[in-house]
Design a protein around this ligand. Structure first.
Ligand code: EPZ
Length: 430
C-alpha cells in the first residue's frame, strides 16, 4: 500500500495548478443520467472518486469517452469526458459500488426522474459521522415518490406519469440532498420550490449545467431554488469549476511552510471566508490575473478561532487543514465543527507530531507549539490525510503518512504539485 514521505522545513515557491472540483464533477457526471444525448464535461479531475463513479454510471448504461476517445488518458491533469446514456439499462445501484462513496447514492434523483424507479444501496463514504439519508427520502417523497428501505436498499417509485413538482423546505442544509432534489425536479411535472437549499458553489455549477441542458432553474446560490419541470433534457458542454477545497488546502500549506505560491486557475470568490481567515492568521493573499497569490514571509502564524458552517461560512472540508496550521500558531485557537459529528480523527494523528490539542464536544482547543517533529501517522479520511501532509511540511525531519488511498480520492497528484514548489514529498510504494 502506498505511503507519502515528507521531509519538512522547505518553503514553498512556485505555481500550483488547481484542478476541477471533485465535489462539482461528481454531481455533474450523475446529471448525465438525465438525458439520452451526450453531456461533455471539461476539467474533470483525475481522482479515485471520479473513477469509481465512472464504474457506477457504466453499470446504469452510460457510455464514457475520455478526451473524445474511448481509452483513458492516465497522464493528463484534467480531462474532457463525454457521457452518453442512450438508455438506462439498470435502475439498481448495488451495494458493492455505492458503499465505496456516498455521492454515488445521488443517482437516485436522475434514475427516478427519467425511469420512474430506482433501487439504490444505502451509501458509504468517509467515516466522518453517521451521514443519514432522511433528507433525500423526505424531499423525493414531497415530489410524489414512494420510498421504502429494505435490506440495505432504498426502493423508490415515481407516480404514474412521473414526479410532481412541489414545495419542500429542508429542515437542515444538505449539499447532496439539494443536488438530488434539483436534478429530480428538472423532469417533474410543474414547479418545484426548494427552500433552505444549500448555497455551495458546486450547487450553482450543477444548476448552470442543467440549465445548459434545457432545465428551467432559478435561484441557485440562494436559499430558494425554483425548478420548472420540462419534458426532456438535451446534451450540453460544461466546464467543471475550480476546486475551492484544493485551493484552500494549498493556501494553508503555504501559510504553514512559508513561501510564495501562485494558485493557478482558481477564484477567490469560491472561498472568501477561508481566505479572510487565513489573512487573519498572517498570510498575504492577492488575486492575480491567473488565480491567487499566497505569501507568508518571516512573520509568525496568528491564532484564529473558526466554526464550520454551510457555504458561505468556513467549510468543514478545510477544518482539518486549518487545524494543522493552528498547531504552529503563537497562541490558542478554538475550532468548532458543526457539520459532521465525527470529524476530528486527525487530532490524535497531529498529536503524534507534537501538536497540543484537547477536545471538548464539538470544539478542539489548539495550543500552538514552536516545533513539530516528524513521525509515522495514519490517514483516516480524505481531508484529515492532507492535514497531516500540511503538518509534515513544517515538521522537523521525516513524516510518513500511511493509508494514502484516502488522499487519492480527492487530491490530484498532490506530491507532484508540492514537489514543483520545492517541498520534499514523495510517494513510497511498498
Ligand atoms: C458534501 O457531502 C460533500 N461531498 C462533503 O465533502 C462536504 O463535507 C459536505 O457536503 C458538507 O459541505 C460531496 O460533495 C461529494 P451534506 P454531503 O448532505 O452532501 C446531514 C469531502 O471531503 N444530513 O451537506 O454528503 C449530514 O449528516 C466530502 O470532499 C442529514 O442529516 O453532505 C451532515 O451532518 C466529505 N440527512 C449535514 O447534513 C441527510 O439526509 C450536511 O451534510 C443528509 C445529510
Amino acid at each position: 500500500m502506498d505511503r507519502i514521505r515528507i521531509v519538512g522545513g522547505n518553503e514553498l515557491k512556485g505555481t500550483i495548478p488547481i484542478s476541477g472540483a471533485k465535489n462539482a464533477a461528481l454531481p455533474l457526471m450523475i446529471a448525465s443520467l438525465l438525458t439520452s444525448d451526450t453531456l461533455t464535461l471539461e476539467n474533470v479531475p483525475h481522482l479515485a472518486d471520479v473513477e469509481q463513479l465512472l464504474r457506477i454510471l457504466g453499470n446504469h448504461g452510460v457510455d464514457v469517452a475520455v478526451n473524445g476517445r474511448r481509452e483513458r488518458q492516465e497522464e493528463s491533469y484534467s480531462r474532457t469526458i463525454n457521457f452518453t446514456c442512450r438508455t438506462i439499462v439498470d435502475t439498481t445501484a448495488p451495494y458493492e459500488l455505492v458503499s465505496k462513496m456516498r455521492a454515488s447514492f445521488w443517482v437516485i434523483g436522475p434514475l427516478l426522474a427519467r425511469e420512474g424507479q430506482a433501487r439504490v444501496s444505502l451509501p458509504g463514504g468517509c467515516a466522518i459521522g453517521t451521514r443519514p439519508v432522511d433528507l433525500f427520502l423526505e424531499g423525493l417523497q414531497a415530489l410524489g415518490a414512494t420510498l421504502e428501505v429494505d435490506a440495505g436498499y432504498v426502493n423508490a417509485t415515481a407516480p404514474k406519469g412521473g414526479l410532481i413538482g412541489a414545495r419542500y423546505v429542508f429542515p437542515k442544509v444538505s449539499v447532496g440532498a439539494t443536488h438530488v432534489m434539483m436534478m429530480a425536479a428538472t423532469l417533474a411535472r410543474g414547479t418545484t420550490v426548494i427552500e433552505n437549499a444549500a448555497r455551495e458553489p458546486e450547487v450553482v455549477d450543477l444548476a448552470k449545467c442543467l440549465t445548459a441542458m434545457g432545465a428551467k432553474i432559478s435561484g441557485a446560490g440562494t436559499q430558494t431554488i425554483t425548478v420548472d419541470g420540462v419534458t426532456s433534457l438535451s446534451g450540453a458542454r460544461h466546464r467543471v469549476l475550480p476546486d475551492r477545497i484544493e485551493t484552500g488546502t494549498y493556501a494553508m500549506a503555504v501559510a504553514m511552510a512559508g513561501g510564495d505560491v501562485v494558485l493557478e486557475g482558481t477564484e477567490a470568490s469560491l472561498l472568501d471566508n477561508a481566505l479572510d481567515t487565513l489573512r487573519l492568521a498572517g498570510a498575504h493573499i492577492t488575486e492575480t490575473e491567473t488565480g491567487l497569490r499566497v505569501v507568508r514571509n518571516g512573520n509568525g502564524i496568528q491564532p484564529v478561532d473558526i466554526t464550520t458552517e454551510p457555504f458561505p461560512g468556513f467549510p468543514t472540508d478545510l477544518q482539518a487543514q486549518f487545524m494543522a496550521l493552528m498547531t504552529r500558531s503563537s497562541g490558542v485557537s478554538n475550532i468548532t465543527e458543526t457539520i459532521f459529528e465525527n470529524r476530528f480523527m486527525h487530532v490524535q494523528e497531529l498529536a503524534r507530531l507534537g501538536a497540543r490539542i484537547s477536545l471538548s464536544g464539538q470544539t478542539a482547543r489548539v495550543e500552538g507549539v514552536t516545533r513539530l517533529k516528524g513521525a509515522p501517522v495514519m490517514a483516516t479520511d480524505l481531508r484529515a490525510s492532507v492535514s497531516l501532509v500540511i503538518a509534515g511540511l513544517a515538521a522537523e525531519g521525516e513524516t510518513m503518512v500511511s493509508r494514502v488511498y484516502h488522499l487519492d480520492r480527492g487530491f490530484e497528484r498532490l506530491e507532484e504539485k508540492l514537489t514543483r514548489c520545492g517541498a520534499v514529498v514523495e510517494r513510497v510504494s511498498d
